[in-house]
Design a protein around this ligand. Structure first.
Ligand code: GTP
Length: 325
C-alpha cells in the first residue's frame, strides 16, 4: 500500500509570468481552486494519507491555505528549500521528513499537472512489477517539445530521450512518479538535481527497474498562460476530472457580489471572480475574469485572462489575450 506523497511546488513558474509574479504557479486557481488543492484531493482519493509539500519560491503562501491538511482530510507538512534544489533535490529533501524504510514507496506529483489518469492503477502496476520507479506516461500528438520515454511490451522504460526534431516515441513523462525509497536514496542530499535530466537516466544506467504506466486520459501541463486558461475551462466543463471542483452552474463559476447584466452571455467554462462587473451585451466564453474587474458593454472575451481590478473598455474584442498580471 502506498500512503505517502510529495508535491513539488517550489518552481518559479517563469513561463507563466506575469501571473506568477505574486502567486506561485501551484497556487493559481483553476476552476476556482488552487492547482495544489485539486492534486491533494486526487492523492487523498487514492489512499494517500500523508503529504509533504516541497516549497521554495513564495513558500510562505502555502501553509496559511492548507495548514496541517485536516480540512482536506489528509496530513500535510512542509519542506522548505532556502534555495531551490531542482525537482530531484526537492524529492530527496522532502523524503527525509517521511521516515521511510528501503522498500516503502512514495507518490510524487509535479505541482503543475492536472490529469484524469488512474492513480490507483499506477500504484497497482508499481506494486505488481515491484519496480523502483513507476512513471505515469501519456501519448502526445507532437512529442518534439518533450523528452520521450519509450517502453517495451512489458512496460519497462528503455531510455530517457531529450527533446529532438524526429522523436522515436510519442510517450512522454506526464509528471507523476512512484518512487521506492531505495531509488530516492540515490539522489544526493542538499544538491541541485533534476529528476528528469539527472536522476532517471542515472537510475536506468545503474540497473534499477523503471516502469512506465501509460494512461491516455485527460492530461494538461500548465506551463504557459494559455494552457492555464485551458485547464480551468476543461475542469469546469468536465467536473468529473476533479472532485475538488464545486459550484459549477451553466458551465461557469460565478463568484459573490458580482454585477452581471441580464443581456450578458457567460459560459464555456468561464470563471467570474468576486465583485466583477459585466455590462450589457457582453459575451464571455472560456475565460477567467479575476475579482473586481469590469468588462465594458458590448465586449467579447474568449479564452482570455483578465487580472484583478482591470477595466476592459466597451466594445473590446479579446480572443486568447492575457490582460494584466
Ligand atoms: P518554469 O520556470 O516556467 O519552467 O516553471 P517551473 O519553475 O514550475 O519549472 P517546471 O515546470 O520544470 O517544474 C515542474 C514542477 O516542479 C513544478 O510543479 C515546480 O513547482 C516544481 N519545481 C521545479 N523546480 C523546483 C525546485 O527547485 N524545488 C521544488 N520544491 N519544486 C520545484
Amino acid at each position: 500500500m502506498v500512503t505517502k506523497g510529495i508535491l513539488l511546488v517550489g518552481g518559479k513558474g517563469t513561463r507563466l509570468a506575469p501571473l506568477t509574479n505574486n502567486t506561485p504557479k501551484p497556487m493559481l486557481r483553476v476552476a476556482g481552486k488552487p492547482v495544489t488543492e485539486h492534486q491533494i484531493i486526487k492523492a487523498r482519493n487514492s489512499g494517500i494519507t500523508e503529504l509533504v509539500l516541497a516549497t521554495s519560491y513564495l513558500a510562505e503562501v502555502f501553509e496559511p491555505y492548507f495548514g496541517d491538511g485536516s480540512e482536506f482530510g489528509i496530513s500535510i507538512t512542509y519542506a522548505v528549500e532556502e534555495t531551490p534544489l531542482g525537482t530531484g533535490g526537492a524529492i530527496a529533501n522532502a523524503a527525509s521528513q517521511l521516515k521511510l524504510r528501503d522498500d516503502d514507496s512514495v507518490v510524487i506529483f509535479n505541482g503543475d499537472v492536472l490529469s484524469g489518469h488512474n492513480l490507483d492503477d499506477q500504484i497497482s502496476l508499481h506494486e505488481k512489477s515491484n519496480s523502483d520507479v513507476t512513471l505515469y506516461l501519456t501519448k502526445v500528438q507532437d512529442p518534439r517539445a518533450y523528452g520521450c520515454v519509450p517502453i517495451d511490451q512489458q512496460g519497462r522504460v528503455q531510455s530517457f530521450l531529450e527533446k529532438m526534431e524526429n522523436p522515436i516515441a510519442d510517450t512522454i513523462n506526464a509528471g507523476c512518479y512512484i518512487f521506492r525509497n531505495r531509488a530516492i536514496s540515490q539522489i544526493p542530499i542538499g544538491q541541485v538535481v533534476s529528476v528528469e535530466r539527472d536522476t532517471f537516466p542515472k537510475l536506468l544506467s545503474e540497473g534499477f527497474n523503471l516502469f512506465g504506466y501509460l494512461d491516455n486520459n485527460y492530461w494538461i501541463d500548465m506551463g504557459t498562460p494559455h494552457s492555464f486558461i485551458k485547464a480551468s475551462k476543461d475542469l469546469i466543463l468536465n467536473p468529473e476530472l476533479s472532485t475538488a471542483t464545486s459550484g459549477v452552474v451553466n458551465d461557469s463559476l460565478i463568484g459573490s457580489n458580482t454585477k452581471i447584466h441580464p443581456t450578458a452571455q457567460i459560459g464555456e467554462g468561464s470563471t467570474i471572480g468576486d465583485g466583477v462587473q459585466i455590462q450589457e451585451n457582453c459575451i464571455i466564453y472560456g475565460s477567467m475574469i479575476s475579482s473586481q474587474a469590469t468588462i465594458g458593454a458590448g465586449s467579447e472575451v474568449r479564452d482570455s485572462y483578465i487580472a484583478a481590478g482591470k477595466e476592459v473598455p466597451p466594445n473590446s474584442k479579446l480572443i486568447g489575450q492575457i490582460i494584466g498580471g
